[in-house]
Write a new protein. Structure first.
Lengths: 331, 454
């Protein structure tokens, strides 16, 4: 009777992969967005803080889309066709960002400035188009005015979250001047980000009647209360920590990052509840679009074994590169 | 030429995949070569191998990064350009691509960090292990993607329900009839490409005398690797051709320019196939040789294009791509054996040879692209051979949008290719940092002792 659970299993793996992507590549992209604000030494330190990780971080989106493809091929086709333009822009952004890591140190030093700029532009294209895609997806991929307005605002809000994640990561990895700069950047961003999350939470049920019906009915509303409450508490601790930067020196440097992870997790849970059992709101359910049982069974074993293994060696690699970032050298 | 959404989607995907394949082709082979340098250093303690490793790992990282990001582009384009493919063949294609992500992408991407930057943080053994895992990852990646590609060429192990392809037997799907040939042909192509790549760049360095003995060790490695694998590749290519004859006779007919079924078919060396008159103009032929090569019998029958009216690929493109691939392959054989002979007699410093190696630096790219064009254009109009046509699964995007994104992609790829080669040329003129540091330390020591003496 495993078969009935397979679509649910895969939709969970997909959600998890995309959540992990947003957190991990989120800090990479956030640092990319902050790059133009830093001086040359700080730029190198910022890249050194993400250099060993970015490639694996980026792979999570491939896993997310891969699972969508394996388990829900019809939804994969619809979603990617409808999001053709933002997907293309995101891909061009990810290409520019990814190659700039290497070119900026390997090309002649005359071009380092150019590659730093491309690093920023790539991160910006990727972050905003991801926000746009998230927005249109929440609105059920409808092509109408309200969808575009909503998508536009998330295209602004998601980069703010990424910048916060980038700062959160720098608190852990950076020292001295850069650490202080990161606190300054985070203080500028934290309120816009909070406002963004708040507005999106309000706007989502207003824009989508289907989602409103799920949230504002008793007893569901009471059961769901921990989601906004936890989000608010996480946000408050981030805000508090930024006002008391001494806390972020030393052993508690992970505090802001952990708070942001909590916010991401709560948002993901809220979104999952809003959408389930659909995979595209009001258009397609998980059951309707699931692959054949034979395909899901075959993919299940690989996923069930490989994903925990990936978790283990990712943990191991983060341990190896733990502590403050050092200058990256190939030799 | 008229640009309808179908041909634009096609050009876009072709541009993408052509750009992408250049980089994994290098990294798959380069990874094994790096592992070899790394192991030689660990076993012998000879610092030259370490310099060789450090110089090439930087180029590897750059190449790998471009391969990764262009590969991500491709994984999305399956959905954005060919949604019908995933709807109809997703039950089979999905899990194969999924296994590539799960077993290969994470492995290589994760351990790459240690391979590149972890030297001071882990022991020599762990570093060597990380290099091995990255190598394994790149090879696994080739395994899965070639399994899927081969299945699309020679589909087995499936059933059809309401027009959707369903899984019959995974073993038959993964190890489909053309897979062993295509996989080994591609791996060896990758080794040849990277062999000529490292030898070519190093010959350039040797002519400018950068890095001393390490450069010569790399030249020897690249040349001997190519000298060994060039004949192996010709043998594998022949087997692959026989397999294609059995499963995709229309492709063979186009490759050989055989218009009508005949016994004792001649091998056309050169000529200009013309589909309107259905003949090959100015053909230079060797009697009966095509039958001999393909059927191993002078009077063997070769099916002609007339048997696949309306369902055979564009002849001239397949015919010419095939000849370019074979031509470059034979050139690689000649140059690598010449090099092997020179190495044997310790004469590899010959300027003419070094110049030839430099010219051949990217020869593998030409052969690989020509080979892929032969096999991919050669299966047209089919996407999944005999089951699914490309035009039935294309996405319905407006022409203007496809044109815009196509131009954007082409500009991006041209820019990246130019930057890659330009940066490579720049890197090739610099000695590796550790060598510079060593020379500096040596000079300082000499200076100090001179000062002490005076």
């Amino acid at each position: 009777m495993m078969e009935q659970w397979l679509p649910l299993f895969f939709v969970s793996v997909m959600g998890l992969a995309l959540l992990v992507y947003i957190i991990l590549d989120g800090y990479d992209l956030g640092i990319g967005l902050l790059l133009p604000l830093a001086d040359d030494t700080q730029k190198d330190q910022m890249i050194a803080a993400i250099g060993p990780f970015w490639d694996a971080n980026e792979t999570w989106i491939v896993l997310g889309v891969g699972v969508l493809l394996i388990a829900f091929p019809r939804a994969h086709g619809i979603i990617l066709t409808e999001l053709y333009l933002p997907v293309t822009i995101m891909l061009i952004g990810l290409v520019l960002r990814g190659v700039s890591f290497d070119f900026r140190v390997k090309a002649h030093s005359d071009y380092k400035g150019l590659w730093n700029r491309l690093f920023f532009i790539g991160s910006l294209l990727a972050a905003t188009s991801q926000g746009w895609m998230l927005g249109s997806y929440i609105m059920g991929l409808r092509a109408n005015g309200i969808t575009y307005v909503f998508a536009f605002f998330i295209a602004l809000a998601l980069p703010a979250l990424y910048i916060m994640l980038g700062c959160g990561w720098l608190f852990i990895k950076a020292e001295g001047d850069l650490h202080a700069r990161a606190i300054y950047w985070a203080r500028q961003t934290v309120l816009p980000m909070g406002l963004g999350i708040f507005l999106i939470s309000i706007a989502t049920p207003i824009a989508s009647a289907a989602i409103a019906a799920k949230w504002f009915s008793l007893p569901a509303a009471i059961g769901l209360l921990p989601i906004p409450v936890t989000t608010f508490m996480a946000f408050s601790s981030i805000y508090w920590a930024l006002q008391h930067p001494a806390v972020l020196q030393g052993r508690n440097s992970w505090l802001v990052f952990a708070g942001l992870v909590t916010i991401c997790l709560m948002s993901a849970l809220g979104l999952a509840y809003s959408i389930y059992p659909d995979i595209i709101i009001n258009r397609l359910t998980i059951e309707e679009t699931a692959s054949s049982a034979a395909s899901l069974r075959f993919a299940f074993w690989g996923t069930a074994i490989a994903v925990p293994m990936i978790g283990v060696y990712t943990f191991y690699i983060y341990r190896i590169f733990g502590g403050k970032a050092r200058a990256l050298s190939y030799e | 030429m008229e640009f309808d959404p179908f041909s634009l989607a096609r050009i876009q995907f072709a541009a993408n995949i052509s750009f992408h394949i250049l980089f994994p082709t290098l990294t798959i082979g380069l990874c094994w070569i790096l592992l070899y340098f790394r192991t030689r250093f660990t076993l012998s303690g000879d610092r030259d191998w370490e310099y060789a490793y450090y110089f090439w790992v930087k180029i590897f990282a750059l190449t790998f990064a471009i391969g990764v990001v262009s590969g991500i582009t491709m994984s999305f384009q399956f959905g954005t350009n060919w949604p019908g493919f995933m709807e109809r063949a997703g039950n089979i294609a999905g899990p194969l691509l999924g296994y590539e992500v799960l077993t290969a992408f994470f492995l290589e991407a994760s351990f790459l960090g240690i391979m590149l930057f972890g030297k001071e943080r882990v022991s020599n053994g762990v570093h060597l292990l990380a290099c091995s895992l990255v190598t394994l990852g790149t090879t696994f990646s080739a395994f899965w993607i070639l399994s899927l590609n081969s299945w699309m060429q020679t589909p087995t192990g499936y059933t059809v329900e309401n027009g959707v392809l369903m899984v019959g037997d995974w073993w038959e799907i993964i190890f489909n009839p053309s897979f062993p040939y295509r996989f080994s042909h591609m791996l060896v192509a990758s080794l040849l490409t990277s062999g000529f790549f490292v030898a070519g760049v190093s010959a350039w360095r040797a002519r400018r005398d950068v890095d001393g003995p390490a450069t010569w060790k790399v030249i020897n490695t690249g040349v001997l690797l190519a000298a060994f694998f060039a004949p192996v590749q010709i043998f594998l290519g022949d087997l692959h051709g026989l397999n294609t004859l059995a499963y995709q006779p229309a492709k063979i007919a186009a490759m050989e320019g055989v218009w009508e079924t005949e016994r004792g078919a001649a091998l056309t060396l050169f000529g200009f196939p013309d589909e309107t008159t259905r003949e090959t103009r100015y053909a230079v032929k060797i009697p009966q040789l095509a039958s001999l090569i393909l059927t191993h019998d002078l009077q063997g029958e070769i099916k002609g294009l007339d048997e696949f009216e309306g369902e055979h690929p564009p002849v001239a493109m397949v015919f010419w791509s095939f000849r370019v691939m074979v031509g470059v392959g034979l050139l690689m054989l000649v140059v690598s054996w010449w090099g092997a002979a020179l190495i044997f007699f310790h004469k590899q410093h010959q300027p003419l040879f070094l110049r030839a190696l430099s010219v051949m630096t990217f020869s593998g790219w030409v052969a690989v692209l020509a080979g892929w064009y032969t096999t991919e254009i050669g299966r047209q109009p089919w996407l999944v051979y005999g089951l699914l046509k490309a035009k039935d699964v294309v996405a319905d995007h407006p022409t203007a949008m496809l044109m815009t994104t196509l131009v954007a992609y082409l500009l991006l790829y041209a820019f990246l290719l130019w930057s890659y080669i330009y940066t490579l040329a720049y890197m090739a003129t610099k000695p590796s940092q550790s060598l510079t540091a060593l020379a500096q330390a040596h000079d300082d020591q000499v200076n100090t002792s001179q000062q002490e003496a005076s």
